[in-house]
Design a protein around this ligand. Structure first.
Ligand SMILES: Cc1ncc(COP(=O)(O)O)c(C=O)c1O
Length: 488
């Protein structure tokens, strides 16, 4: 067997700590960073703190990854004013006005949202009466705690719906309504780790950051698999990695829709590679991250099936994405036989603890139950069909407007050149990475919104290119004015 050092995986103990770098310029900070700008000093100080801290076995590892640049739009505070400083009437009027203004802003922001995979189209007014209850499903969904203000019956109903969707018998699954897709990933990977404690986590470069965060939190060895142009895993690289590390079990994150390009890793191919490389089913664990697409793929006829009839360990989705909800939420489903490894009976709860969080949002299962009951499988299928159609329409519109676009076959994530004007990016709330931005076409995005977006993008590009061209001309003029012989 190869020595651990030559393995092509990132071993937790081998990580080097980051150099202090000014995130704005991407340059290394001077050796005496106190001489730099206030912001550089701030960054330098926080990096120094990380450098000084020795990583002890129970700590999460420091973040390693390419340096990226983000725009720092700092959040203004809405101060909490002490009650005594104004009359009760003034206070009531002020608070009402603050909330009204905020509501108007939310409505306007909702109308111009295209970037993140959230379905903003829902009407839960029938559930308004529930706002007065503190609904909490603390503990295991299937074992009632002594806290009676819960919504477990809704939660279990939703879990049954997902168990049918992903084809696992009602007696064989376990799962819960999470706080978000990230929690589903943290749980799925934890279940994998607890069942295969010596496993190495494999996930592609284009995997959501929460997966490698799980590796850091659980101090797992991990390997990043290269990706193809489409954003899906490079299967030959995956084969090389699992071959080189055959001595240790494999915990594999399979993407069912990557964050930026909406790419789908081929689950069947991953399974075939593991089998080819000699991994028996008890030596691998597959977590499917279906944050967005886990809810869409089952409704697309020609899409590969995500199914527990295949040897997978868990699947997670976000509930506020395709389904839509006023609060972040999600679902994770795993096999009953796997969850025992992390379950504990807790007397204080009078329930079992196998979830990441303790208290759990009891309103979320009701939102999901309500939508799934109203729409059913057929309603969801229609939503998926319309989103794919509108995604193709947007792609064609952008191409006609001269914008370079990419759209993966099974996806509603339309990837295109990153708009140059930051104000445009902010207005449409676009998620950007490097040279690209995307629009994720969700059920709330209809043709008039696509028209407004494309018109606005065309104007923004025209403004930008006109400005750039005029800058070239004015630089030429400035050069001419220094040259008395110039006749241009
Ligand atoms: C592929 C993928 N996985 C996981 C997540 C995390 O989901 P959430 O934002 O619900 O935590 C996202 C979010 O966009 C995602 O795109």
């Amino acid at each position: 067997m190869q020595s651990q050092r030559s393995l092509p995986v990132l071993l937790a103990s081998e990580l080097s700590l980051p150099e202090p770098i000014d995130r704005e310029s991407g340059q290394a900070l001077p050796s005496d960073p106190e001489g730099g700008s206030p912001r550089a000093r701030l960054h330098a100080r926080s990096f120094r703190k990380v450098q000084k801290a020795a990583v002890t076995p129970y700590q999460a590892l420091p973040i390693q990854g390419p340096l990226v640049s983000i725009t720092h739009h700092l959040t203004p505070a809405l101060p909490v004013v002490e009650p005594g400083s104004e009359s009760r009437q003034d206070q009531d009027e002020r608070v009402v006005k603050v909330i009204q203004d905020y509501q108007e802003r939310l409505a306007e922001r909702t109308k111009h949202h295209m970037g993140y995979p959230y379905n903003l189209d829902f009407d839960f007014s029938a559930l308004e009466g529930l706002q007065k209850f503190s609904i909490n499903n603390l503990g295991d969904p299937f074992i009632e705690s002594n806290y009676g203000v819960h919504s477990r019956e809704f939660e279990v109903g939703v879990l049954q719906w997902f168990a049918r969707l992903w084809e696992i018998d009602q007696d064989d699954y376990w799962g819960y309504i999470t706080n978000c897709g990230t929690e589903g990933n943290l749980h799925g990977i934890l279940v994998g780790r607890e069942n295969l404690p010596d496993g190495i986590l494999y996930a592609s470069h284009e995997t959501h950051y929460s997966v490698f965060k799980a590796a850091r939190m659980y101090r797992m060895d991990s390997a990043k698999v290269k990706t193809l142009k489409s954003g899906e895993m490079d299967y030959e690289h995956f084969r090389e990695l699992v071959t080189a590390n055959r001595a240790r079990p494999a915990i594999v994150n399979v993407n069912c829709g990557t964050t930026v390009k909406g790419a789908v890793d081929d689950l069947d191919r991953v399974l075939a590679i593991l089998q080819d490389c000699g991994y028996s089913e008890d030596r691998f664990y597959i977590h499917v991250d279906g944050a967005l697409f886990g809810m869409m793929m089952p409704f697309i006829k020609k899409a590969p099936r995500v199914s527990f009839r295949k040897p997978i360990g868990s699947v997670s989705v976000s509930g506020h994405k395709f389904i839509g909800a006023p609060v972040p939420c999600g679902v994770v489903i795993t096999r009953q036989k796997y969850v025992a490894a992390l379950s504990n009976d807790v007397e204080y709860l009078n329930s079992r603890d196998a979830t990441i969080m303790g208290s759990r949002n009891g309103h979320a299962p009701i939102y999901m139950w309500f939508t799934l009951t109203r729409k059913g499988y057929e309603g969801m299928r229609k939503d998926v069909e319309r989103c794919l159609r509108n995604a193709h329409l947007l792609k064609s519109m952008l191409e006609e407007a001269g914008v370079t676009v990419m759209l993966n076959e099974l996806s509603s994530t339309v990837v295109f050149e990153r708009p140059k004007e930051e104000a445009f990016v902010r207005k449409w709330q676009l998620a950007c990475e490097g040279a690209v931005a995307h629009v994720v076409v969700m059920p709330n995005i209809h043709i008039p919104m696509l028209e407004e977006f494309v018109q606005d993008l065309v104007s923004s590009r025209a403004r930008h290119f006109t400005r750039a061209a005029m800058q070239v001309a004015s630089a030429a003029r400035a050069a001419c004015s220094d040259d008395s012989d110039c006749e241009c």
